[in-house]
Design a protein around this ligand. Structure first.
Ligand code: PLP
Length: 405
């Protein structure tokens, strides 16, 4: 049994795993592979029952797996006594066929966090820094800590407008970068970096640098994918995940797409593990469902547009997101708003130190966003009147991911 204030209850991790993790935080070699959910949990001001309240803090997809994916999982369960490497290969071949790629350029993983982590480990080092946008997705930074790799954070260009990656500044940041990380669309802003800028980065990255293009959210937008650079044999690694539009974060499936020699380096760090056949089957069913991407893009896009329009009408500035998350400027310490919302069991977040008055909001269902609006109106009214309660006490000693925030 777990209580609502039990860190294990809110993370799903076993108690023993948690203590190992916390104890290992200073022993860098044992740092785990982090996902968005770990980072979101690290900023929760209070412990939460995952079955209660509204969770729009980890860029998850409340729609879950598609009907076809659910059916595929049910159908394959009886074969669960076998490893079935053939369906793993079939998944890579199916994706390659759809995208016009060589199947050897596609490597499946249980989510894209693993190949992201491995790419940083394989291609950076003490003299080969990681260059990353800020605010950006920090999981690569946590991977860089494992190898003691220097990290160069480059502020987003036009932060009050398009909030794109500043490709010129990223290229100028180091003469020997190991990895240049471009998240397109970006987490947390939901904004895209233009095709022209990415082409410029591919053409002008210093020799030996890998361009890691994270397309976790690409299906939600109409941004141009970067898979053609892989076909051209460039030093580019593209990551895809089934955690976002496909709603399979808990099922776990992702793909690394790159030249076979680059994949070999990533794979040598742990890419040959057998994958859960349920996840492989669900991913394949999702890929071949032609309606899924446009249907879900529209559902999530409409709710996003509605929420952004409501916030704008109320005088709030948000990043021009084309994804399932956006940054909202609350014009006061974001932490206070996050805590006051959490007290109403509406879990928003996260906050990036570079933008302390902004909070990230994940686009949930329409009902969830209506609940968000109601609570947000109340919180902001109380805050303006000086009534926001003090920050909720945070049980530091018990919190599983405190050291990440
Ligand atoms: N990349 C980005 C930018 C993300 O936001 C996430 C998750 O939120 C991931 C990669 C990895 O997700 P997963 O390991 O679930 O595929």
């Amino acid at each position: 049994m777990t209580s609502p204030v039990d860190p294990i209850g809110c993370s799903g991790f076993s108690r023993r795993a948690f203590f190992r993790f916390a104890a290992g935080a200073s022993a860098l070699a044992s740092l785990p592979i982090l996902t968005e959910a770990h980072l979101a949990l690290a900023q929760r001001p209070q412990f939460a029952d995952p079955n209660k309240g509204i969770h729009i803090d980890a860029n998850e997809n409340p729609l879950g797996p598609s009907e076809a994916a659910r059916q595929a999982i049910a159908n394959i369960i009886p074969r669960g006594g076998r490893y079935l490497f053939d369906i793993q290969e079939d998944l890579a071949a199916t994706f390659a066929g759809i995208e016009g790629l060589n199947p050897e350029s596609v490597m499946p993983f249980p989510g894209s966090s693993q190949p992201l982590h491995f790419t940083v480990l394989a291609f950076t080092g003490k003299n080969k820094p990681l260059v990353i946008a800020d605010p950006g997705y920090e999981a690569p930074i946590w991977a860089a800590k494992v190898s003691g790799t220097p990290v160069i954070k480059v502020p987003l260009a036009d932060p009050k407008g398009a909030a794109t990656h500043d490709i010129g500044a990223m290229l100028a940041a180091s003469s020997t970068p190991g990895v240049l990380y471009i998240c397109n669309p970006n987490n947390p802003t939901g904004t895209t970096t233009s095709r022209a800028d990415i082409e410029y980065a591919v053409a002008n990255a210093p020799r030996g640098a890998i361009l890691l293009i994270d397309e976790a959210y690409i299906h939600l937008s109409d941004a141009t994918p970067s898979l053609d650079f892989v076909k051209e044999g460039k030093d580019v690694i593209v990551l895809r995940t089934f955690s976002k539009l496909y709603g399979m974060a808990g099922i776990r499936m992702g793909l690394a797409i790159a030249r076979p020699d680059l994949l070999e380096k990533i794979g040598s760090l742990g890419g040959l593990n057998a994958l859960p056949i349920t996840a492989v089957a669900a991913a394949k069913a999702s890929l071949v469902d032609k309606d899924l991407v446009p249907t879900r893009r529209k559902i999530i896009g409409d709710i996003r547009a509605d929420t952004l329009a409501w916030l704008k009408a109320d005088g709030y500035a948000c990043t021009p997101s084309v994804s399932n998350c956006f940054m909202l400027d609350v014009r006061r310490p974001g932490k206070e708003v996050l805590a006051a919302m959490a007290a109403k069991e509406i879990f928003i977040g996260r906050i990036w130190p570079a933008w302390p008055t902004q909070v990230r909001i994940t686009v949930g269902t329409q009902n969830e966003m209506l609940a968000f609006r109601k609570a947000f109106t109340e919180v902001m009214a109380a805050s303006t009147a000086g009534l926001v309660p003090p920050l909720l006490p945070r049980k530091l000693a018990e919190h599983p991911f405190t050291h990440l925030s």
